[in-house]
Design a protein around this ligand. Structure first.
Ligand code: ADP
Length: 561
């Protein structure tokens, strides 16, 4: 329904989008708080009680560094220097820059909401220029080609509606999609403990706690660099200034290993330190996810990292207390859980309005004060997200990297990803993973005994288990982010490595039954060479050689037993 709203003398037309009893939502309305507006044909009297922050979406987003309300930091620095004063505004997109627009529709074509009208080569990423969501279908009358600013009209429909490349979207409203699909494809990260044991699906949600020095930054950078998402949105939400500085100085220098170009070419950074306005900090998470959804709508896989959601929740708490709302647990507003789940629910694998497949995967860091996981933000987050990567300061102290605890972490996507792994990796993979998890759990039980009475007191077969578990940890789980080869490990290599460890296990148990002692088994030389495989690019010949040697060594041991 289209309605007219009157504001002072001039008539400004907004469009009603939603009616819920006495509350109506309108878009494109030029209004201030508490303005009186007339709603509908009967001109019912209404009052503006809430205005949603909207962001600008269009070419120019990539490579940008914004604050929480989409002010480009570089532009602010130009205007103000290093100290941002109050009341400075700057548009999210450059309104002067010309982009070369290449149309993909022609006059006479029928177009619906979300339709792709054409393309702009933004960086090495092709920016799809779309008809906004929530508009009526129409027929293209004029479609232009050439160089335009984001404000110039590039498409006119037969009914007279005109569209530039820019769209505006209220950040707290999820952008509509045709259909949400079950996430059944993993987001491949090239990190063995993630892909191998605790995978996140494309369109999935994960939480990662961030004890200081445990490798949170390295893990996030690895995800940004290597995960098979085309676009990265990184929200630095209210971390201490110096931590954000690290992100701001390091990110622009990161190289995209896939293209050899700067990673920023497919990244949007949103940076809010805890000394920036609290409202901007609170908004930053919404600004980020709206930008992520916009790229998803073009048919891209987007990974969004929010660091940290705890600071975001604190901003919410601060605003709530200023509003004198009734506090809930630990002073957080009663709607904390609802807000967190609204945010994570915007992740997903979707069929976009134009029929493409796109996804937003959300990885939220939590930084509970004092590492106390029982506090409300962590607890509510764990209830919502489907993957938990438990970074563990103790592991990083032992220099076990990535310091993700294999006993406390989990992924609830395992079942829905089984088919993918079956098909794309190996029909053996899922069994192999369960086996590895069992060995690691068994090791944890055995460790308690070992600590009391020493490993010699264990039955011989369990001494073998201890050795196999060590190999899984040191060969498979440990991965060096700074090694040119080991930094990324594809699924085939992950499978081959795990299979080799399993081969050792089978040979070792058989030998133990045949009377070979655990000391002799631990002395098998070829198994030590397995650890080198991860550092070798074309590892297959070397791996085959080691497997053959292993077989030969065990044959000798068995015949001597
Ligand atoms: P945090 O951000 O949690 O404070 P960092 O990500 O800066 O911690 O990691 C601290 C240090 O741990 C790094 O400087 C690096 O030496 C080491 N580290 C973390 N993860 C890895 C990894 N995957 N491979 C190698 N070293 C790592």
């Amino acid at each position: 329904m289209e309605v007219k709203t009157k504001k002072s003398k001039e008539a400004k037309q907004g469009v009603l989008k939603r009616i819920a009893g006495p509350v109506v939502t309108a878009v494109n309305l030029d209004a201030h708080m508490y303005d009186v507006v007339k709603v509908g044909k009967e001109a019912l009297m209404g009052e503006v009680i809430k205005i949603h922050l909207a962001v600008e979406l269009g070419p120019g987003l990539l490579t940008s560094i914004y604050d929480g309300i989409q002010r480009p930091l570089a532009v602010l620095v130009d205007k103000m220097g290093n100290f941002i004063e109050r009341g400075v505004t700057a548009p999210g997109l450059s309104h002067d820059k010309k982009w070369t627009f290449k149309p993909l529709v022609k006059a006479g074509d029928k177009v619906e909401a979300g339709a792709i009208l054409g393309e702009v080569q933004e960086t090495n990423i092709v920016h799809k220029v779309m008809l906004p969501p929530n508009v009526k279908p129409g027929v293209v009358k004029v479609i232009k080609s050439g160089d335009f600013t984001v404000d110039e009209i590039i498409c006119v429909l037969e009914d007279g509606r005109e569209y530039p490349m820019i769209q505006r979207w209220p950040v707290r409203v999820p952008r509509p999609v045709k259909e949400k699909m079950n996430p059944t494809i993993p987001l491949i990260t090239g990190q063995r403990i993630l892909d191998g044991l605790f995978p996140i699906a494309k369109g999935g949600t994960a939480a990662i706690p961030g004890p200081f020095g445990s490798g949170k930054t390295v893990t996030q950078q690895q995800l940004a660099k290597w995960s098979d998402a085309e676009i990265v949105v990184y929200i630095g939400c209210g971390e201490r200034g110096n931590e954000m500085t690290e992100v701001l100085t390091e990110f622009p220098h990161l190289e995209d290993p896939k293209s050899g170009k700067p990673l920023m070419e497919r990244t949007v950074l949103i940076a809010n330190t805890s000394n920036m306005p609290v409202a901007a900090r609170e908004a930053s998470v919404y600004t980020g996810i709206t930008i992520a959804e916009y790229f998803r709508d073009m048919g891209y896989d987007v990974s969004l990292m929010a660091d940290s959601t705890s600071r975001w929740a604190e901003a919410m708490r601060e605003i709530s207390s200023r509003l004198e709302e009734m506090p809930g647990e630990e002073g957080y507003p009663a709607y904390l859980a609802a807000r967190l789940s609204e945010f994570y629910e915007r992740a997903g694998l979707v069929k976009t309005l134009n029929g493409a497949r796109g996804s937003v995967s959300v990885i939220g860091a939590v930084s509970p004060p004092g590492g106390d996981f029982s506090e409300p933000v962590t607890q509510n987050t764990l209830r919502i997200v489907k993957v938990f990567w438990a970074l563990d300061a103790k592991l990083s102290q032992r220099r076990h990297f990535p310091a993700i605890n294999w006993l406390n972490s989990y992924s609830l996507y395992l079942e829905s990803l089984n088919d993918y792994y079956d098909r794309e990796v190996s029909p053996e993979w899922n069994k192999l993973r369960s086996w590895a998890m069992e060995v690691l759990q068994k090791e944890a039980e055995l460790q308690e005994i070992v600590q009391l009475v020493g490993s010699d007191a264990l039955p011989e077969s369990e001494q073998v288990t201890i050795e196999v578990a060590r190999m899984i940890r040191e060969i498979f789980l440990q991965q060096n982010a700074y090694d040119a080869v080991d930094t990324f490990c594809d699924m085939t290599k992950q499978y081959d490595m795990m299979k080799a460890i399993k081969l050792f296990a089978e040979l070792a148990y058989a030998a133990q039954i045949a009377g070979v002692s655990p000391t002799q088994i631990n002395g098998v030389k070829s198994k030590n060479e397995l650890n080198q495989i991860k550092f070798i690019k074309d590892y297959k010949p070397e791996l085959a050689k080691i497997e053959k040697e292993m077989d030969a060594e065990f044959t000798t041991l068995r015949s001597a037993a």
